[in-house]
Structures are given as C-alpha cells and as structure tokens.
Design a protein around this ligand. Structure first.
Ligand code: ZN
Length: 183
C-alpha cells in the first residue's frame, strides 16, 4: 500500500517538473498588458472563492499576473502544482461574460494520492484525471444555472467540459475537446 502511494507521488512529481518548465516558459513569453489610460474606468476585479479552504483571491482581469497555484492547491495533501496558465483566465472570462464578481472553485489540482482516495470511495473521478496534472478546474457561478454555464464553457472550445447537474458545477480542462455529463 505504502509503496503504491510513494510510486504515485514520485510519478506525480516527475510530471509536475516537466509541466512546470513548459508553463514557466509560457508565462514568461506573455507580455504584461499596458495599464489603462488615465481617466478610463478600471476593469472590475473578479473574486475567486475556494470552497475547500474558504480562501478568497481577488484577480485583476486586465493583468492576470498573480500566481494562483497555491490558491488552487490540493486541499487534502496541501500540495500545489504548476497549473495550466489558461485555466484562471477561462473562469475569469466566465465571470465577466455573466457579469458575476465571484467564481467558486470546487476543485482544481488534485494530488494523485487524493484522486485515488476519491476513486476508492466511489466518487466520479477518472484514474488519470486532468486534475492530477493541474489541467482542470471545477467551478460554478452562484446565480447562473449550471446548464447556462455549461453552454458557455462548450462554446469556448478550450478542451474538455463536463456538466454535473446535481452537484451544480462545470468541469473545464485544457485536454482534448469533449463533453460529458455527471451527477
Ligand atoms: Zn473536474
């Protein structure tokens, strides 16, 4: 049992290191946007709320430079990973589209160890989930019906989209384009 957990952890770390380098390169190459001209109205901040840690993080949609990896960490192991830098801009864009100031994050990085525990408990979790690679985010916007958010998410064509109607959230990842429904 312990050997399995250690191997999973090692596999996770190895992958994380490779992905991190790619992502750091991607972050460095993106130019910081120019500040708004004097007299122009600033873009309203979007608040991210982490349902598990109850932490809040205000992000500026005009300058998404803040490192959100720690905020989006696995709450079970308290470990972070280099998240795909495309994810936070996607959920911020959703908030802007629906004119909502808060995005509630249900799940982002999921350590392989925690993912395995969820699977053993019978949760709707894939074995090699995009969450374990830092490529997925589950979220909802409090006053927006889940099917509406799902329709918006699919229209973005950024990767996989899953709608969880009973649970009331949408999964988005940066993997291949696909769509599914869960509970
Ligand atoms: Zn998910």
């Amino acid at each position: 049992m312990r050997v399995v957990a250690v191997l999973l952890a090692l596999a996770g770390i190895g992958h994380a290191e490779v992905a991190k380098k790619d992502r750091e390169a991607a972050t460095k190459s993106s130019k910081h946007p120019a500040p708004p001209a004097p007299g122009t109205r600033p873009v309203p901040l979007v608040n991210l709320f982490n349902e598990h840690t109850h932490e809040w993080l205000a992000v500026d949609p005009a300058a998404l430079a803040a490192n959100t990896d720690h905020f989006l960490r696995d709450h079970y192991t308290n470990k972070a990973i280099a998240m795909d830098p495309r994810l936070v801009p996607i959920v911020v864009a959703a908030a802007q589209h629906f004119k909502i100031d808060t995005v509630t994050i249900v799940s982002a990085f999921r350590h392989p160890k925690f993912n395995l525990i969820l699977r053993k408990k019978g949760h709707q979790v894939a074995r090699d989930s995009e969450h374990t690679h830092g490529n997925a985010i589950d979220f909802f916007l409090a006053t927006i019906p889940t099917p509406q958010l799902d329709a918006w998410a699919r229209a973005q064509k950024k990767g996989g989209v899953g709608i969880y109607l009973q649970s009331g959230f949408v999964h988005m990842d940066t993997g291949p384009l696909r769509h599914w429904s869960g509970d």
